[in-house]
Design a protein around this ligand. Structure first.
Ligand SMILES: Nc1nc2c(ncn2[C@@H]2O[C@H](COP(=O)(O)OP(=O)(O)OP(=O)(O)O)[C@@H](O)[C@H]2O)c(=O)[nH]1
Length: 530
């Protein structure tokens, strides 16, 4: 029975170790799954955020470019009106002189100034630099502008084109103004003077303030020589500053007249997303720049909800994964417990079964098993047309043995006899059982009569050869012996009862006893002494 426990214990250990081995594999699989999922979520979100940032940059560039183009058109319109006015004044002077039509020209200057809000004043200067006529209705200033950059430019240059000068503070009005001038030439080409329309810098402040921009965003109007004309946010210190080292002038404007790019502003070094446009007809450039840091902060503020939501989802996914893992572990543990309990029950069942079918003293099959076995053996013999033998064994003079050596010694004697019988060469479909008291029984299948008889003889000789002393024995050798009665049937027919077989064997045993014990008696064969 102990041997029967070993496979069960092995199976139990196997299931246990398999389950233990399954746990880390499952945990690893789940961790890999979570890792793959989280990597995918992070990658998708990263890609999505990157795309969103690129879209934001692209849109901001578009906005900056559109804004700069719009500012360029506005500037173009402003300067065109002034250009036309200056051309008109110059043409009239060329036709009729200044002094000759002073009253008319004065009226014209006043009318044009009134019609053009950006203008601070329109002044006609003599070649000496002193004003000849002005749009001002009051007394003419006596201040010379011969030292002004624009005046010296026209003195030097015979070019009759419109000139936009550096921003100056008007000596008449005190306002910061952009002098827009044209040269007046005598018929022989010599310098006759300058006609100037000054645009109030404040006008650009009004125009640029109209746009709704962030505090660090920037708009600027520059001359083509990279001198700043106006900048928002306004700083007087920056007016007329030259920013020719800006990438706008070193790279961008060298290839395209308008566009957008990210670069550090020359005025404060902050990176911005700039749109830029060069005016078509005038030597001016405008830029509009959105502060990159502010754009990024706005984008982060817009994206933070999305990122947080995804992080929460990721956290939930992990939580769910660990809950599932926990449940799988629990399930495995429960399965293992169930397997263990089932195996224990099976083991207990087998133990009970063995206890019910095995004789406690000798370890041989008991009477219950024998009663179950004989009908099966008979059925098999009927079906296969094979012989069947019942061998009944009785220990000789056993009462006397008990009386002589005691009941304990009697039990030991029975165990020795049982061991001896157990060593007989029986097949797996044959049985040796304790029939009751000091009686044993062999059920032999598919054996010829001589074969069966030989087995019985072997049993008698084997027990006698144990030479267990038995002083009270009626046998001459005074050792423990057995007597055997057996019945051999070449064919078993349906309807024959086990009791009929046993009775015949019992009768034969009686004969063996009667004829001196320590021998075999076969019901249908002559007796043979042991
Ligand atoms: N020690 C012991 N004795 C048992 C056991 N079962 C039966 N006996 C004894 O076996 C004896 C059987 O004696 P009997 O049936 O009179 O036959 P016998 O003395 O063997 O005489 P013969 O059969 O004629 O040889 C009885 O005294 C029983 O008490 C047992 O399990 N242990």
């Amino acid at each position: 029975m102990e041997n029967g426990n070993a496979p069960q214990a092995q199976a139990l250990n196997k299931a246990d170790s398999e389950s233990r081995a399954a746990k880390p594999v499952l945990r690893q699989m789940m961790l890999v799954f979570l890792l793959v999922i989280s990597s995918a979520v992070i990658a998708i979100n990263g890609w999505s955020l990157w795309s969103s940032w690129q879209r934001t940059l692209h849109l901001t560039e578009e906005n900056a470019r559109n804004l700069s183009v719009s500012l360029a058109r506005q500037a173009e319109d402003t300067f065109l009106q002034i250009d036309l006015t200056l051309q008109d004044v110059r043409d009239r002077i060329n036709q009729g002189g200044i002094e000759q039509q002073a009253a008319n020209l004065h009226q014209l200057l006043m009318a044009r100034k009134a019609a053009l809000p950006p203008l601070d004043s329109i002044v006609i200067y003599h070649a000496s630099g002193y004003p000849a006529l002005s749009s001002s209705p009051v007394t003419l200033s006596k201040t010379s502008v011969a030292d002004r950059e624009y005046f010296r430019f026209h003195q030097r240059s015979p070019d009759s084109k419109l000139h936009i000068g550096d921003v100056v503070r008007s000596r008449v009005s005190g306002n910061m103004v952009i002098p827009v001038t044209e040269r007046l030439s005598n018929p022989d080409g010599t310098f006759r003077g300058v006609v100037m329309a000054s645009i109030r810098l404040d006008y650009f402040r009004q125009v640029y303030d109209y746009y709704n921009l962030g505090e660090r965003d920037l708009m600027a109007l520059m001359k083509a020589d990279a001198n700043l004309v106006y900048i928002r946010p306004y700083s007087e210190a920056l007016i007329n500053r030259n920013i020719s080292l800006s990438p706008l002038f070193t790279q961008l404007l060298t290839t395209t007249a308008s566009g957008a790019a990210i670069y550090r502003a020359a005025v404060d070094g902050r990176p911005r997303i700039f749109g830029y446009a060069r005016l078509t007809n005038y030597p001016l450039v405008v830029t509009a720049g959105y502060d990159l840091q502010e754009v990024r902060q706005d984008w982060i503020a817009d994206s933070i909800g999305f990122v947080l939501l995804n992080l929460v989802l990721l956290a939930l996914l992990f939580l769910l994964g660990f809950i599932v893992l926990h449940h799988i572990r629990l399930n495995l543990h429960n399965q293992l417990e169930l397997t263990r309990v089932r195996d224990q029950l099976t083991h207990m069942n087998r133990t009970l079964q063995n206890m019910a079918l095995v004789d406690g003293l000798t370890g041989l099959a008991n009477r219950r098993q024998l009663d179950w076995f004989i009908p099966r053996a008979m059925e098999r013999a009927i079906k296969l047309h094979t012989p069947l033998t019942i061998v009944l064994i009785d220990v000789d003079s056993f009462k006397a043995y008990n009386d002589t050596y005691g009941h304990q010694a009697g039990d030991a004697c029975l165990r020795n006899v049982a061991d001896c019988l157990n060593r007989l060469p029986l097949r797996h479909d044959e049985l040796i059982a304790r029939y009751g008291g000091e009686e044993f029984m062999l059920v032999l299948t598919d054996k010829t009569q001589p074969e069966a008889h030989l087995i019985a003889m072997q049993a008698v000789r084997a027990v006698a050869s144990l030479r267990m002393p038995h002083q009270a024995s009626s046998v001459e050798e005074k050792v423990v012996t057995i007597s055997i009665g057996m019945h051999w049937q070449p064919r078993v027919f349906a309807g024959v009862l086990p009791a009929e077989f046993i009775d015949k064997a019992d009768e034969a045993l009686y004969q063996a006893k009667r004829r001196g014990k320590n021998r075999v008696w076969m019901s249908n064969m002559p007796p043979t002494a042991g």
